[in-house]
Design a protein around this ligand. Structure first.
Ligand code: GLN
Length: 231
């Protein structure tokens, strides 16, 4: 899907129309009332719209995973394509190219203004760190595990996951310093490779390449949380 998709969210039909007028009316009305008052997972919501920064790098692979998870995806190449999005993925690629193209198109400022949840993977994590867009309180070291020859896979133990996650590292960065609000979610050989700070999730590796959708699902849960906070 490309930028041809409208950026505004469709307006929801009036709440009343969800209450069926059948013999089971009373119970249906009770269910509808309960749904209306209940917390997070049961609230009726507009479908999620997730943008993937598509100036360079692995955006197609992220889009494929997000589609499998049933969300609408938008390729973001211009600042106005961020409008109305619930979340944004900044994929892996080449961080120097990302920064150059983002500045050229005004996407650096637009991403700074964006209020939804953001998932930065590999080069996308570098772009978010304190030496670049300064949106996440981490300092990242580029090519920290070595260059192309040092690309590898590893099983990571991740906070909150029962089973390890297979992770693909490609000329990967690691997180050298973390601020006080940053939650470290995974380490490899004592190096931080997955972390969260508020609405930001950052990974050294490429979760879009393995077919394991758990990290994208975790990100979508953050997107929903963030949308409720902003509602
Ligand atoms: N080495 C790249 C950089 O420094 C990141 C590699 C990647 O995204 N796979 O930008």
């Amino acid at each position: 899907m490309t930028g041809t998709v409208g950026t505004r969210r469709e307006t929801r039909p009036p709440e009343k129309s969800a209450v069926p007028q059948t013999a089971d009316d009373a119970s249906a009305r009770r269910t509808a009332a309960a749904l209306k008052e209940s917390a997070l997972p049961f609230q009726p919501m507009d479908p999620l719209r997730i943008g993937v920064l598509a100036v360079q790098g692995n955006f197609r692979e992220h889009i494929a995973v997000l589609r499998r998870l049933g969300v609408e995806t938008i390729e973001v190449r211009k600042p106005d394509e961020l409008e109305g999005l619930d979340g944004l993925v900044i994929p892996g690629g080449e961080s120097t190219t990302f920064m150059r193209l983002m500045r050229l198109y005004g996407l650096d400022k637009a991403v700074r203004r964006f209020r939804g949840a953001v998932f930065g993977t590999c080069a996308g994590m570098i772009v978010l760190d304190s030496n670049h867009l300064a949106l996440v309180d981490v300092t990242v070291r580029r090519n920290a595990f070595g260059r192309q020859v040092a690309s590898f896979e590893a099983d990571l133990t991740i906070a909150g996951e029962a089973e390890p996650i297979r992770a693909v590292f490609i000329r990967a960065p690691w997180i050298e310093e973390v601020g006080p609000e940053v939650e470290v979610l995974a380490e490899l050989d004592g190096r931080v490779v997955l972390a969260r700070e508020g609405r930001f999730l950052v990974a050294s590796f490429h979760p879009e390449l393995t077919g394991d959708t758990r990290l994208h699902e975790r990100f979508l849960a953050m997107v929903k949380e963030e949308r409720l906070v902003r509602a």
